[in-house]
Design a protein around this ligand. Structure first.
Ligand code: NAD
Ligand code: ZN
Length: 389
């Protein structure tokens, strides 16, 4: 089959690779019909996530059709149209039973232990480096889905592919961002990052009763989308003093909830890889905490900061004094998608949230490198490019 493979920093190529096979009775093979780019891929492409190997297939936000199931798969059959959650959960460990799926004990037994800095492996993720299990990604014609009964959900007939594809990752991440931020009716919420994740966090914050959501970004077309499709007030951080503006917008108190939907961003400053004498990676150092720092500084006393933006390694210059003295709550995590999918289908059906506008560029795998350049550079009004392998 054809697949989009990582070959080094900013070097993606379409290659011929062997078709995936059932390796475990709980596996299913899915024929991929749509696979979206996600901001998380940019961390791989820009070289911020160690343990990528040449030839790794990337991609983790996808839908498709079941073509084969292992003998242990009970809930799926050939021909089912499914959305697959990007994070892999076994369904049986303590974390999966508690619905904290991204902490699964069994889907990534060795991955993170490869590097000294990571002591506690969290769940495997499709197409997301050998730290997260080394699973082949979805920018391919076919993909093997482990623990398929738990990760693949049949898409209701009245929900289009163009909406369902984002239920794999962007929508549940936005939902969990708002949930972790403890958004209550009447709250004022600030969301850093008007990408797919931030846009979904805005819509979900309104769904939870927020009175006002303020989106912060530097890309004008993305802010315009946030105003038009997600109903946010907008701030361009290059034109304004974000902290002052947020203070003014909240009568001097600060937003009740602050959401970091940016994480390590390629356009801030450099990231340094620190190795020991044996060339083993010890840690990453960066000043990429700009958003987290601002969120802690902006948040009202007793408020909540929710971090869904992805970070790696040690990130410095966090205002711990403010965090402590203002009595803030900071929560973060990879999303527990399996927990939210059925409820999100319902919110989409009732048009309380609508991710469809994120699909700005339907493209073929062959233009993968260019599509990612466009997405990375935020050109052509791109929110997400979606491959139709
Ligand atoms: P994206 O690249 O489409 O959007 C990121 C946005 O952040 C861009 O519009 C960029 O201009 C903006 N930005 C950069 N620096 C900023 C700053 N200082 N202040 C405000 N905005 C700034 O990415 P996305 O798909 O929306 O993903 C956003 C983040 O969420 C990424 O870090 C991604 O890895 C992470 N993510 C996490 C999970 C999870 O499970 N926790 C899942 C998916 C994505
Ligand atoms: Zn598990």
């Amino acid at each position: 089959m054809r697949a989009l493979c990582w070959n080094g920093v900013r070097d993606l190529r379409v290659e011929r690779v062997p078709d995936p096979e059932i390796l475990n009775p709980k596996d299913a093979i899915i024929k991929v019909t749509m696979s979206s780019v996600c901001g998380s891929d940019l961390h791989l492409i820009n070289g911020f996530v160690p343990s990528m190997r040449a030839g790794d297939i990337i991609g983790h936000e996808f839908i498709g059709e079941v073509v084969e199931t292992g003998v242990g798969v009970k809930n799926l059959k050939k021909g089912d149209r499914v959305v697959v959650v990007s994070v892999i959960g076994c369904g049986e460990c303590q974390h999966c039973k508690e619905e904290t799926w991204s902490l699964c004990d069994n889907s990534n037994p060795n991955g993170l232990l490869q590097e000294k800095i990571y002591q506690y492996p969290t769940a495997g993720i499709f197409g997301y480096s050998h730290l997260f299990g080394g699973y082949a990604g979805s920018h391919a014609e076919y993909i093997r889905v482990p623990f398929a009964d738990h990760g693949a959900f049949k898409i209701p007939e009245d929900i289009s592919d163009e909406k369902a594809v984002f239920v794999s990752d962007g929508v549940p991440t936005g939902y969990m961002a708002a949930e972790m931020a403890a958004v209550k009716p009447g709250d004022i919420v600030a969301v850093w990052g008007a990408g797919g994740v931030g846009q979904m966090a805005i819509q979900c914050a309104y769904a939870m009763g927020a009175e006002r959501v303020i989106a912060i970004d530097r890309i004008d077309y993305r802010l315009a989308y946030a105003a038009r499709y997600s109903g946010a007030d907008i701030l361009n951080y290059e034109d304004t003093d974000v902290l002052e503006e947020l203070k003014e917008a909240t009568g001097g108190r600060g937003p009740d909830c602050c959401i970091d939907a940016v994480g390590m961003e390629a356009h801030t400053t450099g990231i340094e890889h620190i190795y020991d004498k044996t060339k083993q990676l010890l840690r990453l150092e960066s000043d990429r905490a700009a958003v987290l720092r601002q969120a802690i500084m902006a948040c009202r006393k007793g408020g909540t900061v929710s971090v869904v933006g992805v970070y790696a390694g040690l990130v410095d210059k966090i205002p711990m004094g403010l965090f402590m003295n203002k009595g803030l709550t900071i929560r973060g995590g990879q999303m527990h998608g399996q927990r939210y999918v059925p409820m999100l289908f319902d919110l989409i059906r009732r048009e309380i949230i609508n991710p469809e506008f994120l699909l700005t560029h339907p493209v073929s795998l062959e233009v993968g490198q260019n599509a990612y350049e466009m997405f990375n550079n935020k050109t052509n009004k791109c929110m997400r490019a979606v491959f139709k392998p």
